[in-house]
Design a protein around this ligand. Sequence first.
Ligand SMILES: *Cc1c(COP(=O)(O)O)cnc(C)c1O
Length: 389
Amino acid sequence: MTFDPETVVEALASVLCGPAALHEPTFAGNEWDYVKECLDTGWVSSVGKYVDRFEDMLVDVTGAGHAIATVNGTAALHASLILASVEAGDEVIVPALAFVGTANAAAYLGAVPHFADAEERTLGLDAAKLEAHLDEAAEVRDGECRNKQTGRRIAACIPVHTFGHPLDLDSLVEVCEKFNLVLIEDAAESLGSTYKGQHTGNHGRLGVLSFNGNKTVTTGGGGAIITNDADLAARAKHLTTTAKVPHRWEYSHDEAGFNYRLPNINAALGCAQLEQLPKFLERKRKLAKAYKAAFAGISGLRFFSEPDFAKSNYWLNALLLDPDVAAGRDDILAAANDGDFMTRPAWTPLHRLPMYRDCPAMDLAVAEDLYARLINIPSSPHLAEAGHG
Ligand SMILES: *Cc1c(COP(=O)(O)O)cnc(C)c1O
């Protein structure tokens, strides 16, 4: 089928008033005041009231029992894998259609990503297909899941809520229980997204958030670990603050900890941003609704909408091309970017990257197919105000 890329550019232009980046932060609240206070008082680094306040606000927003702020989301994933007792030589189930940081976190500790396929309904990990794969490729012995081919333990599973859309968590929780995998939810993209009414990141032992500059809420760079387990939360804080033993003056450490604590100046930005989260989410839904209407009449593609069991934050809006139009993806990307509407394909599937090419994997046909058909389009919350939507 031939597809005119200009129809996409025209639909984008009907929603957006002018040139638009993919995702830009909005600083319209107390950002200047809070950051200035850090500078005025000298509390800019890893201790200060904003870090604690930011963590309390994250507990409020996510409903998790505990939140531990970190320097970025990847560090939070790295620490979470250690807290989940994942060790060098273990395998970790990672979706092939994901940001590279998810796989990197496993690689940092000498573990091996084991790539899993996606499902079109959610763009997230396909639990049923993973179960069928593990039934075949793994066995549970003495409470441990082993890859029959490599002999390695499969220790954990890190699903990603792709572009903010919640994946089917109930099904995945069951599979993780059946195979004794620790579930670590990569909710880096899904702040504000709920699955059956409960915030994402709360369905496994640990969840991870990111506050990178392109995420829904930013601290410049930043992340967090969330958990409902008080002991894990205490260990998470210890491990990410150089394992310093609390004392009035002694400076002592009881393990090789990480300097992963979020600085106060970044947390100050985060507090101001979180205050605006409801407004950001409202605008992002408004923008998604405008896109949905604008693309509804165009055959050959559809605007990707949240699955019916979820409420998405619509972090990165996406178009999904029909299979017979997929060959025109790059022409659409070229036309939209020429028109100053920043668009891009999904991440290169992780199993194609040179450092992960030889990792164990299941059949990844859907992840490959989705990669060939997905296009991310401008998604900043301020665009809902500027646009005609
Ligand atoms: C943004 C992101 C992360 C973490 O990223 P940082 O830039 O390290 O904060 C991890 N996983 C996914 C899926 C992400 O989108």
